[in-house]
Design a binder for this molecule. Structure first.
Ligand SMILES: Cc1ncc(COP(=O)(O)O)c(C=O)c1O
Length: 415
């Protein structure tokens, strides 16, 4: 007897088809079809993973920590993360006046997972959230996936990348947002805010009673004399959910270990904490190997961070110096993170109307790979990850300059 049957297509859920990681979508669907100029050496400024750049490989001592007593990690840990690691995180985010407890901390599978958890606990489909423009785009895709609406507020494209506070206040007034997402130090701008500016943001969030989700993944990655300031420490009785982790601070994104720190009066935030705990019990926590070693790895990150950031700062300055005088572009001084944005004046360039056209042409003519600002909700820029070798920076600067010169509209003053 024949048992042959035809199967119907198995379709993914509707939810699953909504929202795509914009950077992945660009790399897989757009870049993969572009034809780079293979006569020239490939230079890539798109990979935000510090572990792939030879000068930023993790020290053996950090890798050694994780492999010691690995048998202790065979057991399942608490869904919110091992107690000792949560207590360590609670201690480093406490102030003299505001002592956090281990149960104010949730360990997660990295910053992305922290964003997902908070989005799912703080919003329902149809709600609005306030997000920065430009900003790290994963939350845009997650929100689309959850049917949550984005209301973007403007970051000024100056030296400081400050929020346009008037714009933010207007949006806080009208959007009925479930939370305000801030990201400092900034991906993609590489800017770091002053304490005064952070206090202004806190005051606005208090005035409109909007919780803050503060993405501080780059908290240890600041240049020279810049001091990282945790927004939660400045106003710990206010509802603020700080996101950080090992990925960027310790240059180990593959270990997938991050956290959420909950500030605020318990009577206000306790239901949110219950929600986070419940979702963590759906097993969204980090693997025990990394989670158990959070204290040692983070301390190591603090130790090596300054040295690494001196190198990043030097590379940022080098790029800026080498591109000085190129027409049609503006670079600002960055103060941290791993990025630098180049702002583009399309009115100066022939046949270029948006950042994706610019980035693709640069790839096709020069085999230089950068991400267009459109992926970060800001179309007049491109983003560079500034971790490549000095030789590549030299080469990039020469070819980028020539590229911009070819694109420039020549003004005819005698006309
Ligand atoms: C601002 C920001 N937040 C969150 C993340 C996600 O971090 P993770 O790799 O730990 O998921 C990134 C990663 O690039 C980021 O730039």
């Amino acid at each position: 007897m024949s048992t042959a049957q035809t199967w119907n297509d198995i379709l993914p859920s509707e939810e699953c088809t909504r929202g795509k990681n914009p950077i992945r979508a660009y790399v897989e669907n757009v870049l993969s079809k572009a034809k780079p100029n293979l006569q020239k050496k490939k230079i890539t400024f798109t990979l935000g993973d510090p572990a792939v750049y030879p000068e930023f490989q993790v020290e053996h001592s950090v890798a050694d920590i994780i492999s010691q007593d690995v048998e202790k990690s065979l057991q399942l840990q608490e869904p919110e993360g091992p107690l000792a690691s949560r207590q360590y995180v609670a201690n480093i985010y406490s102030t003299d006046q505001w002592k956090l407890k281990a149960d104010d901390v949730f360990l997660t599978m990295g910053g992305s997972s922290s964003l997902w958890l908070l989005l799912n606990v703080l919003t329902n489909p149809g709600d609005n959230i306030l997000v920065p423009s430009p900003g790290f785009p994963l939350i845009f895709a997650m929100a689309e996936n959850r049917n949550v609406n984005l209301v973007s507020y403007e970051l000024q494209s100056g030296e400081d990348g400050y929020i346009d506070l008037e714009d933010l206040e207007a949006k806080l007034q009208t959007s009925n947002a479930k939370f305000l997402l801030v990201n400092n130090p900034s991906n993609p701008l590489g800017t770091v805010w002053s304490e005064e500016h952070i206090r202004d943001i806190l005051a606005l969030a208090r005035k409109y009673q909007v919780p803050i989700v503060a993405d501080e993944m780059y908290e240890l990655l600041v240049f020279g004399s810049c001091q990282p300031i945790c927004i939660g420490k400045l106003s710990p009785s206010q509802p603020i959910f700080v996101i950080s982790g090992l990925s960027k601070a310790c240059f180990v994104p593959g270990w997938r270990c991050g956290w959420i720190v909950c500030y605020g009066k318990q009577e206000i935030i306790s239901e949110v904490k219950k929600g986070l705990k419940k979702l963590c019990q759906f097993y969204r926590h980090p693997n025990a190997v990394a989670a158990l070693k959070v204290p040692e790895v983070f301390e190591m990150g603090k130790k090596f961070g300054k040295e690494r950031m001196l190198l990043v700062e030097r590379k940022a300055k080098l790029i800026k110096e080498k591109l000085r005088g190129v027409q049609g572009i503006t670079l600002y001084n960055t103060k941290g993170a791993l990025y630098l944005s180049i702002f583009l004046d399309f009115s100066k360039f022939k046949n270029i109307e948006n950042s994706q056209q610019f980035a693709l042409k640069l790839f096709e003519e020069e085999n230089i790979n950068v991400l267009p600002g459109s992926l970060f909700y800001k179309d007049n820029m491109i983003r560079l990850v500034i971790l490549c070798s000095d030789d590549d920076i030299d080469d990039f600067a020469t070819r980028f300059k020539e590229f911009c010169e070819r694109l420039l509209i020549v003004e005819n003053n005698n006309a």
